[in-house]
Design a protein around this ligand. Structure first.
Ligand SMILES: [Mn+2]
Length: 466
């Protein structure tokens, strides 16, 4: 938890950004895995609740009355039975004090607060719920059916939260740096263990364990797969095979739930083949190029397309693409290789604030998403960068057999793609290199004290010596 003043100041700012009414910020409840008392472990608090109310316990709701300038932490104190099983925890009153909230009340008080506000036709602001128990709770409190809740959420509150959470303060950057340190340990663990015969699942388990050992959990399910061309492929029980590539996309959350998100792609045998090296060096160049372009005022979408043009130029040299690079990118031909965006915001959520809807986070009035073009429609972020933003820089090149077949069959972007050559890459897999970038006053920098090896030579050297 940060110091009390941080939470007071954040709520103060929120009250200035939201004109009037009552703001409800729901914390999460324990979520059952296979029976009620066996919850998903560890408990994950809602990030916006954490941002404004800081407390990690389940079953809490923060209430901010903007017009009367009062704040209340709602929740039930635990009883003796819970104390017997789980140990005692602080009272809700004490938890409220720790984050500078003057009032606390039991959960049953929330119904009264909402009923009174509804009777007076006051605006009740809430964020889009993403857990079903909270949807039911909202239904009980406000009478809004779960199907209608998304459209009844407060855009005013969403905009305020996005505005505040997008810019990371110094104390948040420190947390992100801590997450990066755990990320380094995760990825070097994977590099150390990667060799023929070891299973994907075994290494993924060790990577996950590293996150749990030093922080609170993984920031998303670990991707560790020889099928790097499957963007979110899960680790399988298959043993690693010499000659193939293996892709590791993994991140940690600190105990305060700030995230890291990195990707490395390694040769199972410890040495890249010439063909792998050719593709790898393009991704490497794209990864580094993004850093040259990204700075405050530049649209992330423009960084994305600058990288796409560089990738296209380099793929032309290999004979995989052809024609005018500018036109090829405009036609979306590069999406054969890079069907996703260059990166996304990162913070307390690995896809930061995605629960508030990506269009509200990564885009604005000026920069709208292109939902028509394959690949471009996957951009999670397009808007102009600002100092304090944290984004991921994650170019990749993938050879997806089904996509090659489909585009070849219907001649899609045929003037920019060399399908005969593509055929010979169907067994290649995929390569992605990802790091987390902090936008600074006049440029940007990587997060993390030590770089996880990513230059081809460094990866090979690390694997040889560890
Ligand atoms: Mn990512």
């Amino acid at each position: 938890m940060f110091k009390t003043e941080t939470y007071i100041a954040r709520r103060q700012q929120l009250k200035q950004l939201v004109n009037s009414g009552i703001i409800l910020i729901f914390g999460n409840n324990e979520s059952p895995c296979n029976f009620p008392a066996n919850g998903y472990y560890p408990f994950r608090q809602d990030s916006s609740f954490l941002y404004y109310f800081g407390q990690q316990r389940d079953g809490l709701v923060g209430v901010i009355d903007v017009d009367n300038d009062t704040e209340t932490l709602i929740g039930d104190d635990i009883d003796i039975e819970d104390i017997v099983w789980y140990g005692s925890v602080e009272s809700v009153k004490m938890m409220a004090e720790q984050v500078g909230v003057s009032n606390s009340a039991p959960m049953k008080a929330l119904q009264g607060i909402c009923a009174e506000a509804l009777a007076k036709r006051r605006k009740i602001h809430f964020l889009p719920p993403y857990r079903y128990d909270i949807k039911l709770q909202l239904f009980d409190l406000l009478g809004i059916h779960p199907n209608q809740q998304k459209q009844e959420t407060s855009m005013e509150l969403i905009r305020a939260v996005v505005k505040m959470r997008s810019t990371k303060t110094a104390e948040e950057v420190e947390e992100l740096e801590r997450a990066a340190v755990i990320g380094y340990k995760m990825h070097t663990t994977a590099m150390r263990l990667t060799k023929p015969g070891v299973t994907e699942k075994f290494i993924a388990g060790q990577v996950d364990g590293t996150a749990h050992s030093y922080g609170s959990m993984v920031s998303f399910p670990t991707i560790f797969t020889q099928h790097g061309e499957i963007l979110h492929g899960s680790p399988s029980p298959a043993p690693l095979e010499a000659g193939r590539l293996v892709l590791c996309d993994a991140g940690a959350e600190t105990v305060n739930n700030y995230c890291s998100d990195n990707t490395r792609t390694m040769p199972v045998s410890g040495k890249f083949t010439q063909r792998q090296l050719e593709i790898y060096s393009i991704v490497e160049a794209c990864h580094d190029y993004a850093l040259e372009v990204a700075k405050p005022g530049v649209k992330w979408m423009d960084v994305h397309f600058a990288v796409c043009r560089l990738m296209t130029d380099r793929l032309k040299e290999l004979g995989l693409m052809k024609g005018d690079a500018e036109e090829a990118v405009r036609a979306g031909a590069h999406a054969m290789f890079l069907p996703h965006g260059l990166g996304h915001m990162m913070g307390m959520d690995v896809h930061d604030m995605e629960a508030l809807d990506q269009i509200n986070v990564g885009f604005d009035e000026e920069t709208r998403p292109n939902l028509e073009q394959f690949g471009t429609n996957c951009l999670r972020m397009g808007r102009r960068l600002e100092e304090g933003f944290v984004v991921t820089d994650e170019p990749g090149i993938y050879f997806i057999p089904a996509l090659i077949d489909e585009w070849k069959a219907n001649g899609h972007c045929a003037e920019f793609l060399n399908f005969d050559k593509l055929e010979t890459y169907k067994d290649f897999g995929g390569i992605r290199i990802e790091d987390d970038v902090l936008i600074t006053k006049d440029g940007c920098r990587f997060l993390g004290k030590d770089r996880i090896p990513y230059h081809a030579k460094d990866v090979e050297e690390f694997m040889q010596h560890n």
